[in-house]
Each structure stands twice: as structure tokens, then as C-alpha cells.
Ligand binder design. Structure first.
Ligand code: FMN
Length: 192
């Protein structure tokens, strides 16, 4: 049985010094302390085109998504929505998200709740599981001189802990169900 637990962070902002990106990096460090293996990738991929052959970047992203047991999506709040780059990243995948738990980080001047709702909707549509809460980060209030305040740090640490603990449970059951012959399970749809 696999003992490692892999967490992939997807950075949805291409802005230099992005707050969502910084919060994502910190969360991945916390996940590492929980015993997870971690990787970070940028969401910027070629615009999804169903007719196009997968580019090298898309293949690399697909390898990383396949490697992941849980995924953290980090997005800026753009007009109450996730960034176009992140939505485009998600459009490249579908079945790969099943059996994985997703965590959400949003950098916003508000709470970014509509952004999290959209990320949850897209993930649910691909049969991924979502954490019941997300973490919003406000650049002006939570960051100072490359540091984050204690409130944000505590929330990110909690999310990393919960993602690893609950993600392991969900994923290990999904993998067990995949390998069994039981028919009436959600995982049965993903058997080759
Ligand atoms: C095109 C655009 C749209 C934005 N729309 C919103 C918005 O609707 N609500 C909000 O609170 N902030 C909005 N912002 C502010 C960003 O969410 C904020 O600067 C955030 O820190 C960006 O994330 P990042 O630091 O990870 O790049 C917008 C910024 C841009 C550039």
C-alpha cells in the first residue's frame, strides 16, 4: 500500500509577488510538515483547445496532476471569479480530479467567497472532493515585508493539516474501491 501522500499546489496568478502564490507556498511548507510530498506549478497553460495535440507544458501539468493525491488551487479574485489562467488550467482535466481532495486559497480585497464557490463548482463537476472551508488572504492586511500575520498563518496551517489528514482518508478509500470488484461505488466508474 502506498504510504506517501502527494500534494500539488496550482498557482493561479502570474503576478510577480502574487499574494495567493505566497500563501500557497507557505501552505505547501505546512503540508510538508504534515508528512506530505509537495510540488508547485503555475496555472499558465496554452488555451484549452479540444482539437490541439497536448503541448509539452500540458503534458508536464498532466504528469503533476496524475502524481497528486490532493490539490490546492490558489487564485486571485478577478471580478469575483477565479483567474482565467486557473479556469483554463482546470479545463485541461476532468477524470484526473476524481478521488482527490481540493483546498482553496484566494487573494482578494474582500473574502473571495464567490471565487471559492466557482472553484468548488468546477471541481465537483469533475468528481473531486472539496474542503468545507477555504482561506482568503488580503494583500494589504495580511502581508508585510514578505511575512504573513498570525491569523493567516494559523488558517493556512489548519488547511494544510486538514487537507493531508482528510485527503489521505478519502484517497485511500477511493484507491481501495478502484481495486475492488464492488459495482455500486463511485470509484467503479474510473476502473479501466
Ligand atoms: C482584473 C482584476 C480584477 C479584480 N477584481 C477584484 C474583485 O472583484 N474583488 C476584489 O476584492 N479584488 C479584485 N481584484 C484585486 C485582486 O484580487 C488582488 O489584487 C489580489 O491580491 C490579486 O491576487 P494575487 O496577489 O495573487 O495576484 C482584481 C484585480 C484585477 C487585476
Amino acid at each position: 500500500m502506498k504510504t506517501t501522500f502527494n500534494v500539488l499546489g496550482v498557482a493561479g496568478s502570474t503576478r510577480k509577488g502574487s499574494f495567493s502564490g505566497q500563501a500557497l507556498k507557505i501552505t505547501l511548507e505546512y503540508a510538508k510538515k504534515q508528512g506530505a510530498e509537495v510540488r508547485l506549478i503555475e496555472a499558465g497553460l496554452p488555451l484549452y483547445d479540444p482539437n490541439a495535440q497536448a503541448s509539452k507544458e500540458v503534458e508536464q501539468a498532466a504528469e503533476a496532476v496524475g502524481w497528486a493525491d490532493a490539490i490546492i488551487l490558489a487564485s486571485p479574485d478577478y471580478h469575483g471569479s477565479m483567474s482565467g489562467a486557473l479556469k483554463n488550467f482546470l479545463d485541461h482535466f476532468y477524470e484526473e480530479f476524481a478521488g482527490k481532495l481540493f483546498g482553496y486559497i484566494v487573494a482578494s480585497h474582500e473574502k473571495g467567497l464567490t471565487v471559492m464557490d466557482q472553484m468548488r463548482t468546477a471541481v465537483r463537476q469533475c468528481y473531486g472532493w472539496s474542503m468545507p472551508y477555504g482561506v482568503s488572504a488580503n494583500g494589504g492586511q495580511d502581508f508585510s515585508g514578505g511575512e504573513i500575520n498570525a491569523r493567516l498563518s494559523k488558517r493556512l496551517n489548519m488547511m494544510a493539516r486538514d487537507l493531508v489528514v482528510y485527503g489521505r482518508l478519502l484517497n485511500s478509500q477511493f484507491v481501495r474501491d478502484l481495486g475492488s470488484t464492488e459495482q455500486d461505488t463511485f470509484a467503479a466508474h474510473y476502473r479501466p
